[in-house]
Ligand binder design. Structure first.
Ligand code: HEM
Length: 510
C-alpha cells in the first residue's frame, strides 16, 4: 500500500516536471519563431512569487509615492519590464507604442475581466468594468447614447449643485480644504445623473438619511474591494470577507429599491397613457441613467443594478479629484490662474456656457489636460492576455525587441509615467505649464481617458463638467493662494488617487 502511494506520488512529480518543461519548450519555440527576445526582467529577491516587489509597492503606496516607485523602475530598466506578481508574469509599460498595441491594435487579445471580475464582482456585478466580450459590448451600447445626450443638456443640473458648493467657500481669503467640497459636489451631481437622487452632501438640510447611508456604504464597499485587489491570489488565505459581502448585499438592496420606484413610476405613466419624459421631476437633469435603463429593460433589475454600480464606481471620485487637483496646481501657479481669468473675462455676458462653447476655451481646456497629465485619478490600467500575443518592444538587451505574452500574463499600462516622460514632454515634464497643452496635438502619448475600444465613455461629459467648473470658479473668485506648507502632491490611493494632505487654499473676491 505504502509502495503504491509512493509510486503514485513520484509519478505525479515526474509528470508535473515533464509538463512544466514541455510548456517552457513550447513558449521558447513560439518565441523564437516570432523573432522575440527574452524580456527585460526585474531583479527579484523572491524569484517565485515576486513578494519583494509587492512589499516595496505597499511601502511606497503607504508613503504616498507609488508613481515615484514606478518611475524609478522605468528609469532603471527601460520603458517596459517583466516582473512577478503573486507568481504570475506581470509586465509594466509606459511605452506609447506598447500601450497602443494592447489597448487598440491587439485589443481583442486582452481583457479586463480576469483582473477585475473576482475582486470587484461581488460589489459591482457584471458591467462595463468587470466584463469582456459580448456582455461588455452590450454594456457599452446601453451606456453610450445616454452619455451622448447628456453632454449637451446636463449643465443646468450641475449648476444647481455648484451654487451650493460656492456658498460653502469663504470669500475673505481664509483657509479652506477644498478637496472634500469638490468631491462632494461631483458626488452629488453624479448620483443625481446616475440614480436620479443626489447624496445631498453639500446641502445637509435636504439630505435624506437613505442617500447619505448609500454613499457611506458604497465607500465602505470600495475599501473592501481594494483589499481584494491587494490580496489577489492569496485571498483564500484571508477567507471570504463575510462582513464585506453583507455590505455589498445592503448596497444592492438600496439600489434595487430605487429601481423598483422607477419601474412603478414608468408602469403608472404607461397606464395613464403618459410619456415618462413629460412627468415633472425635482431633478434638473434631463437624462437620468436609471430611467433610461428601466425604459429599455423594465424586467431586468439585476442588469440595471450592475450597470449602475459600474458607472457609479467610475464616476464616484474621478471628476471631483481632478477638479481639486486643478485647484491644487493653480494655487501654486498664479500666472496660470491669471491666464484662466483673462480667458474667462473675455466671455460675452450673454454667452451661454454650452458644451460646444466650453470646448472653444483653449486655455481652460489646456489647464484640464495639464492637470490630467500631472495628477491622474487612476494613472494606470491592468489587462490580462487572453490569447498568445506578440508585442513590439520590451525584449533583448536594448528593450527594443518584440516579446511574447501568454494567456494569463498581466500587463499594467502606466499612463501616469508616460504622461511625465521627459523624452515626450521635455526636461520640464514634471512642471505645471498649461501652455504646452495649448500646442499639443492629441496622440497616443497622452491618453487620460485611455484609448481604443475601452476609452472612457464619459470622456466628453467629464471635460464639459470640468471646464464648466473652472469657468465658474474664475468668474467667482479673483485670487487663489496655496495655504499648505507641503508643496508637493502626496498620493492617497483608495480606488482612485487623491491628495493625502487635502487641497488647502484661500480664495478671495477682492
Ligand atoms: C476626469 C474624470 C475621468 C477620467 C480621467 C476617467 C478615465 C477613465 C479611464 C482611463 C478609463 C479606462 C480604464 C481602464 O482601461 O481600465 C475609464 C473607463 C471608464 N469610465 Fe471614466 N474617467 C472619468 C470620469 C468618468 C465618469 C464621470 C464616468 C461616468 C459617469 C466614467 C465612466 C467610465 C466607465 C463606465 C468606464 C469603463 C469603460 C470600459 O471598460 O469599457 N468615467 N475612465
Amino acid at each position: 500500500m505504502a509502495n503504491t502511494f509512493f509510486t503514485l506520488f513520484l509519478s505525479s512529480i515526474v509528470l508535473s516536471l515533464i509538463y512544466w518543461l514541455w510548456t517552457k519548450v513550447l513558449i521558447w519555440s513560439a518565441r523564437s519563431k516570432a523573432g522575440c527576445s527574452s524580456p527585460v526582467k526585474y531583479k527579484h529577491l523572491d524569484p517565485i512569487f515576486g513578494f519583494d516587489l509587492l512589499t516595496k509597492k505597499i511601502k511606497y503606496t503607504k508613503a504616498g509615492k507609488l508613481l515615484a516607485l514606478d518611475e524609478e523602475l522605468f528609469a532603471e530598466y527601460g520603458k517596459t519590464l517583466h516582473t512577478l506578481f503573486f507568481g504570475r508574469n506581470h509586465w509594466m509599460t509606459m511605452d506609447p507604442l506598447m500601450i497602443q498595441t494592447v489597448a487598440a491594435t491587439h485589443a481583442d487579445k486582452f481583457g479586463s475581466a480576469p483582473s477585475n471580475r473576482k475582486p470587484a464582482g461581488p460589489l459591482l456585478g457584471d458591467g462595463a468594468f468587470t466584463t469582456d466580450g459580448h456582455i461588455w459590448k452590450r454594456s457599452r451600447e446601453l451606456l453610450q447614447p445616454v452619455f451622448s445626450w447628456s453632454q449637451v443638456s446636463q449643465l443646468s443640473g450641475l449648476e444647481t449643485h455648484l451654487k451650493r458648493f460656492l456658498e460653502r467657500i469663504p470669500r475673505d481669503g481664509s483657509t479652506i480644504d477644498i478637496q472634500p467640497l469638490t468631491q462632494g459636489l461631483f458626488l452629488d451631481s453624479s448620483m443625481e445623473f446616475i440614480f436620479g437622487k443626489s447624496s445631498g452632501s453639500l446641502s445637509p438640510s435636504e439630505q435624506t438619511i437613505e442617500a447619505k447611508q448609500f454613499s457611506e456604504d458604497f465607500d465602505e464597499g470600495l475599501r473592501g474591494m481594494r483589499k481584494n485587489y491587494m490580496t489577489d491570489k492569496i485571498s483564500w488565505l484571508v477567507g471570504p470577507d463575510k462582513k464585506w459581502l453583507a455590505q455589498c448585499a445592503k448596497i444592492h438592496a438600496t439600489l434595487e429599491g430605487y429601481i423598483d420606484e422607477e419601474i412603478e413610476l414608468q408602469k403608472r405613466s404607461k397606464m395613464l397613457g403618459q410619456s415618462i419624459d413629460t412627468i415633472e421631476e425635482p431633478s434638473a437633469y434631463k437624462h437620468i441613467l436609471l430611467r433610461e435603463l428601466v425604459k429599455k429593460y423594465p424586467d431586468n433589475k439585476t442588469l440595471i443594478r450592475n450597470e449602475l454600480m459600474n458607472v457609479f464606481f467610475a464616476a464616484r471620485d474621478s471628476v471631483g479629484t481632478v477638479t481639486s487637483s486643478m485647484l491644487f496646481l493653480l494655487a501654486r501657479s498664479p500666472e496660470s490662474w491669471e491666464k484662466v481669468r483673462k480667458e474667462v473675462a473675455a466671455i460675452a455676458p450673454e454667452q451661454e456656457l454650452t458644451f460646444e462653447f466650453l470646448k472653444t476655451l483653449k486655455y481652460v481646456q489646456a489647464v484640464i489636460d495639464e492637470t490630467l497629465r500631472l495628477i491622474h485619478p487612476v494613472d494606470r490600467a491592468w489587462r490580462t492576455c487572453l490569447s498568445t500575443c506578440i508585442l513590439p518592444r520590451g525584449g533583448g538587451n536594448s528593450g527594443n525587441d518584440p516579446i511574447l505574452l501568454q494567456p494569463g500574463d498581466q500587463i499594467e499600462l502606466l499612463y501616469g509615467c508616460m504622461h511625465k516622460d521627459k523624452d515626450i514632454w521635455g526636461d520640464d515634464a514634471s512642471e505645471f505649464n498649461p501652455d504646452r497643452m495649448v500646442r499639443f496635438k492629441h496622440s497616443w502619448k497622452f491618453i487620460p481617458f485611455s484609448g481604443g475600444r475601452r476609452t472612457c465613455p464619459a470622456q466628453q461629459n467629464a471635460y464639459t463638467d470640468m471646464a464648466y467648473f473652472l469657468v465658474r470658479m474664475a468668474q467667482e473668485f479673483k485670487t487663489i493662494q496655496n495655504r499648505d506648507d507641503c508643496l508637493e502632491y502626496v498620493e492617497e490611493y483608495v480606488m482612485t488617487k487623491s491628495s493625502r494632505n487635502g487641497v488647502k487654499v484661500a480664495l478671495s473676491v477682492e
